[in-house]
Design a protein around this ligand. Structure first.
Ligand SMILES: CC(C)(COP(=O)(O)OP(=O)(O)OC[C@H]1O[C@@H](n2cnc3c(N)ncnc32)[C@H](O)[C@@H]1OP(=O)(O)O)[C@@H](O)C(=O)NCCC(=O)NCCS
Length: 431
């Protein structure tokens, strides 16, 4: 099955029946129904403790989500029966895997359960429904970014791409990196709309963990959503190489320190580059900003080179977080989609109580790094859970470390040699 029919698949019977037994209705929401979408959207914002949105903001958002599969759970006995008590939305998003390739993923977002209906299995019913529907769709993996890292392990998800937050003391961080010959220019969000997205697309396959954007993911980064108060402060810059070609862009916002005007804070919101020159020029630009004493950059790759481009290593403080969570649904397709760092054959014993990947699988990698995965009756060389398989899938989490943590048993060193990725996996956005 392809990417286009995700809207046509019916709701999952198993979860629908389970919820019906509790007096609740699992259903799909048609976003062309303006009022129904508004009620769904209000429930979702409240679920994330967001502020009440204006009708205009909801209406704008609705135009972006027409191709998303939007699910809700309704309670006919509630005083506002049109407002769902649980929400989620999904869409097919290509996920980059090692080898400059991509695999189809079921991107899951907007998972909320109303505080009036929490902890009675509604989220479990919703999540399991999404996993079974993704499998019916033929999508090999599901992806999420999470509010809390305690929720999704039980559904077979694990963090496969980590991220770092940087806090840089700019008084200590004198630039010692290259000084490229291209130019940095200010631009508006509108000027970046088409060119910036083209650049994002140009570099997407370079980094495992990146997903293809659908409309809202990009426009939101540009501050184009109605009601986005922070957008007023957002500034955009682009880097053009010596021949005038766009090779990178960044956005940031400044916050004043009321007591000392020389101590502004600069938050680097996004930085996307296609060349080392663009990377150096844009970082230098933000680090050398007058009246700024601190630069904070949220959600940066774990292998960020900027630490090696300033005079004081400790001027760059780093905090690490889990970011992209993955759930493998079709082990043959998922493992077959990526390439591997070393040839070999390993028999994997995978435990998956949900059933999707449970079993013994032979992974054969040829000398080009391409793999085939087949069911096997041989004894397993390595035993791991489906979560651990997800964690190592993009090559960013070390099987040797997971073995040391008591999670993987058997040939972890061989697994490591095969699965490692020369580029650390990274996802540059929340979704
Ligand atoms: C997280 C949330 C969706 C859970 O909904 P829920 O309907 O209460 O969850 P369920 O009753 O289906 O719980 C399913 C399982 O997850 C566990 N669980 C649920 N929320 C959890 C949490 N926040 N932390 C740890 N475990 C949690 C439950 O204990 C239960 O465990 P078990 O089935 O293994 O015994 C809900 O609390 C919520 O809307 N939170 C605010 C918004 C949010 O953070 N959404 C997640 C976005 S990524």
């Amino acid at each position: 099955m392809g990417h286009d029919n995700h809207l046509d698949l019916p709701v999952d019977d198993v979860s629908a029946e389970r919820l019906a037994a509790d007096g609740l209705r699992l259903g799909l929401l048609d976003p062309s129904d303006q009022q129904a979408y508004a009620a769904w959207s209000r429930a979702e914002s409240r679920g994330f403790h967001g502020s009440r949105e204006t009708s205009e903001a909801i209406e704008q958002r609705r135009t972006y989500v027409m191709s998303r599969r939007i699910t809700g759970v309704w309670d006919a006995s509630a005083p506002l029966p049109d407002e769902p008590v649980a929400t989620t939305e999904v869409w097919p998003a290509d996920l980059t895997v090692p080898g400059r390739r991509s695999v189809g993923s079921w991107a899951i977002s907007g998972v909320t359960v109303a505080p009036t209906h929490r902890r009675r299995g509604v989220a479990r019913a919703l999540l399991e429904a999404e996993l079974r529907t993704a499998m019916a769709h033929g999508t090999p993996v599901a992806t999420l970014t999470v509010s809390e890292s305690t929720i999704y392990g039980r559904f077979g998800f694990a963090p496969a791409a980590l991220a770092r937050d940087l806090t840089i003391d700019t008084r200590r961080a004198r630039w010692t990196g290259p000084q490229p010959s291209g130019r940095v220019h200010f631009v508006t969000a509108d000027e970046l709309l088409a060119d910036g997205l083209a650049l994002v697309e140009r570099v997407r396959l370079e980094t495992p963990g990146q997903i293809a954007y659908d409309g809202i993911l990009w426009d939101r980064q540009l501050g184009l959503m109605i009601g986005d108060e922070d957008a007023k402060k957002q500034r955009f810059i682009r880097y053009d190489d010596a021949s005038g070609q766009l090779q990178g862009f960044a956005s940031y916002k400044l916050t004043a320190n009321d007591r000392d005007f020389t101590q502004h804070r600069l938050d680097l919101l996004h930085l996307v580059t296609a060349t080392d020159d663009a990377y150096a020029a844009l970082w230098r630009f933000v680090l050398e900003m007058d009246l700024v004493s601190e630069v904070r950059a949220h959600l940066r790759p774990v292998d960020e080179p900027v630490r090696w481009m300033v005079s004081d290593f400790r001027a760059v403080q780093v905090a690490e977080l889990d970011h992209l969570w993955i759930r493998i649904l079709d082990i043959e397709a998922a493992l077959g989609a990526r390439t591997y760092a070393a040839p070999g054959r390993l028999v994997l014993g995978v435990s998956d109580p949900f059933g999707a990947c449970d079993g013994t699988w032979a992974l054969d990698v040829d000398t080009t790094g391409a793999a085939t995965v087949t069911p096997s009756n041989e004894p397993a060389d390595v035993a791991l859970s489906v979560e651990d398989l997800a964690a190592i899938y993009l090559g960013g989490v070390s099987p040797v470390v997971l073995a040391a943590a008591g999670r993987i048993t058997g040939s972890a060193a061989e697994l490591e040699q095969m699965f490692r990725s020369p580029v650390a996996p990274f996802l540059s956005i929340w979704f």
